[in-house]
Every structure is written in structure tokens, then in C-alpha cells.
Design a protein around this ligand. Structure first.
Ligand code: KG4
Ligand code: ZN
Length: 342
């Protein structure tokens, strides 16, 4: 496995990406973000995303090979996200990978986007199986027990919105730029997390399920009552709302992580590691909360570098390498799946 050189393609949401990974070395990782394309619409517009992926994916591949100073002849396989995601984007990636595979004779490996996130701690920190992880992004939020490259057990997750979606919505409600996560986090730095009350949903219920849609509703109510009272929002009002919102998300993730660790540790006295991945794992406040919790439990905490937490193709190339090593080979019948639970 250490010697495999894999080209990876990713196009399932609003980032077009290609990367070359050799063993655990990321030789190149190119990400063409579409944030600006969608910024006027308040969310990702699937048709615009699909067109941009179709226009950019081949350029990203060429750039990734170029930066790695390799050609297609030098790779062992081509790994591509085959879902879940916006189907037009996934199709662009899958079709491009099929073309590259047909043209070069190199094997094709279809990868689940979530498996890409879930295996990232092995790329960055060689975390051994099994480990626990929190996958937390704009579209997903779940606790996974990762036993192998194809063996995932879901311990619980959100029953409504993903936290990244809630961050994005919060930014929109407060007039902050997208993606919402980084802008809300920046505002929160100068805010008072205690000024506004935010709920901590489902903490009274057992298990690891979470809910985040109530946070948006609370924020909307507070915003509107401030606007009614004082005619608008001050910079400090925004900062305090962001701080309160972020503290609530962080508390919920921390408490539910405590439960996931308890579930794991009740079966096995030693948990080899707890990892986070997905765009929201870039949040420093959330990272700090989970770092502290893992330290209390004596569990090794792994948080990949930010560029490998958000969507990228290095994680797809790496997951592809693990699957390729297990013997997975796909052919021209590889399908793009809009839904594909782990
Ligand atoms: O994993 P990702 O790039 O795409 C998928 O959703 O699969 O995650 C993007 C999400 C967005 O909702 C974005 O607002 C959020 O991750 N995000 C953050 C931060 N950086 C990105 N959320 C909170 N804090 C951040 N620093
Ligand atoms: Zn993702």
C-alpha cells in the first residue's frame, strides 16, 4: 500500500478537486472552490455546480498531475467520488474518471465521499483501526466506529440539519459572507457566548443523536426581536449571537462525543483514537472542546489539518488506495449515486 500512487477526483458538492497521493504523501492537492459562483443565491445551485464541475474537473486533474510532476502513466489507479452528493457533480467526476481510465488503461476505483472523510485520519496520522470518529460537515453529522476501509458502524447522528448548514444559515441571517463557518467563527471571537440563550437540543435523551434546526430558529427569533427593538443589529450584537450559537453547537458536539466514547469504552477498555473530519472540524472552538474531552478520557485525539478536513481529492485518492489494496476494481458500469449511506 505504501508504494501505491493514486490519482483522486472529487466533485460531489461545491469544490472541484483532484490530487495525487503516494502512500501517505500528498504529492499534490488542487481544489477549485465554487463559493463565489453560488454566493448570490444563498446556497449551492445544483445546475451551476454541475456545469462548473464539468468545466473544471479535467483542468484540476491536469494541474494535480503537473504539480506532482507525474503523468497518468505513473499512477496505479484512478479513484473517484461516486457519491453521495449532488448528482450532476458526481456524474462529472465519474465520467471524467472513466475517460481517464479508458484512455490510460489504469484501473478505476469508485469511492464513497464519506469514506474519504472517515479514512483521512489514517492518511494524516496513520491511525490504526478501529477508531471512533465524528464526521461533521455542511451535509453530514454522524458518529462512526471505523473498523476497516469498508466497515463503518453508525453510532448516531443528526436527526435534522448538519452543523455546517446551521453555521451557513446563521451567517446568512446575520448578513455575514459564505461559507458561514469561518465567518461565524471569526465574529464569535469578540462575542459574549452568554448574552443570548441558545438551546442544547436532545441532551436530555440517551444516545448520540443530535438536532441543530432549533438553533437557527432561536437565532432568527433573537435577531428579529433586536431589530424590532433597536431598528437593526450592531457589530457587537452579531458577535454575541455568533458566540452564543457556536458555544451551543460546541456543547452539543462535546456532550454527544462523551456519550460516543462511553459507548465505545463500555465494550472495549481502550479506545485507540478519536478523530474528527468534515468542514466543521476546522472550527477551533469545537476542536478545543473535543481535545479537552479526549484528554480527560485518555484517548488519542486526531484532527487532520484544515485543508484535509474540508472537501478535497487527497482523501478520495487515499481511500481509493485502501480499497484498491483490498482488491476493489470498478469498470465502465460504475454508477454515480446521489444517496449512498456508509
Ligand atoms: O466538508 P465540507 O467542505 O463539505 C461538505 O459539506 O461535505 O464542509 C463544508 C461546511 C460548510 O457548511 C462550512 O460552513 C463549514 O463546513 N465550515 C465550518 C468552518 N469551516 C468550514 N464550520 C464551522 N467552523 C469553521 N471554521
Ligand atoms: Zn465533505
Amino acid at each position: 500500500n505504501a508504494e501505491l500512487t493514486i490519482l483522486g477526483l472529487e466533485s460531489s458538492c461545491d469544490d472541484t478537486a483532484a490530487a495525487v497521493v503516494r502512500g501517505r504523501d500528498v504529492l499534490s492537492s488542487v481544489v477549485w472552490g465554487q463559493t463565489e459562483l453560488h454566493s448570490a443565491f444563498g446556497g449551492v445551485v445544483p445546475e451551476l455546480a454541475a456545469r462548473a464541475h464539468a468545466e473544471k474537473i479535467d483542468l484540476c486533474v491536469a494541474e494535480a498531475l503537473d504539480r506532482a510532476e507525474l503523468t497518468l502513466r505513473d499512477v496505479d489507479a484512478i479513484a473517484v467520488t461516486a457519491g453521495p452528493g449532488l448528482i450532476g457533480g458526481v456524474l462529472s467526476g465519474v465520467m471524467c474518471a472513466k475517460g481517464l481510465s479508458a484512455g490510460s488503461g489504469k484501473p478505476l476505483v469508485g469511492v464513497n465521499h464519506l469514506a474519504g472523510h472517515a479514512l483521512t485520519p489514517r492518511l494524516t496520522d496513520s491511525l490504526p483501526f478501529p477508531y471512533l470518529m465524528l464526521l461533521v460537515s455542511g451535509g453530514h453529522c454522524q458518529f462512526l466506529l471505523v473498523r476497516g476501509p469498508q466497515a463503518f458502524e453508525r453510532l448516531g447522528g443528526t436527526i435534522d440539519d448538519a452543523p455546517g448548514e446551521a453555521f451557513d444559515k446563521t451567517a446568512r441571517l446575520l448578513g455575514l459572507p459564505q461559507p458561514g463557518g469561518p465567518s461565524v467563527e471569526a465574529e464569535a471571537r469578540t462575542g459574549d457566548p452568554k448574552r443570548f440563550a441558545f438551546p442544547r437540543p436532545l441532551l436530555d435523551r440517551p444516545g448520540c443523536d443530535m438536532s441543530f434546526s432549533g438553533l437557527k430558529t432561536a437565532l432568527l427569533r433573537q435577531r428579529d426581536s433586536l431589530i424590532a427593538d433597536q431598528g437593526g443589529l450592531t457589530r457587537q450584537d452579531r458577535a454575541d449571537m455568533c458566540a452564543g450559537f457556536q458555544a451551543a453547537v460546541s456543547d452539543v458536539l462535546q456532550e454527544k462525543t462523551r456519550r460516543a466514547l462511553d459507548i465505545y469504552l463500555s465494550h472495549d477498555p481502550v479506545c485507540p483514537g478519536f478523530a474528527i473530519a468534515g468542514g466543521v472540524a476546522a472550527n477551533q472552538g469545537i476542536r478545543a472542546a473535543l481535545t479537552g474531552l479526549c484528554a480527560q478520557h485518555g484517548v488519542n485525539f486526531v484532527a487532520p489539518p484544515l485543508a484535509l478536513c474540508t472537501d478535497n481529492a487527497a482523501m478520495i485518492a487515499y481511500a481509493g488506495a485502501e480499497l484498491f489494496a483490498l482488491g476493489q476494481r470498478d469498470d465502465m458500469t460504475l454508477q454515480a449515486h446521489p444517496r449512498w449511506p456508509l
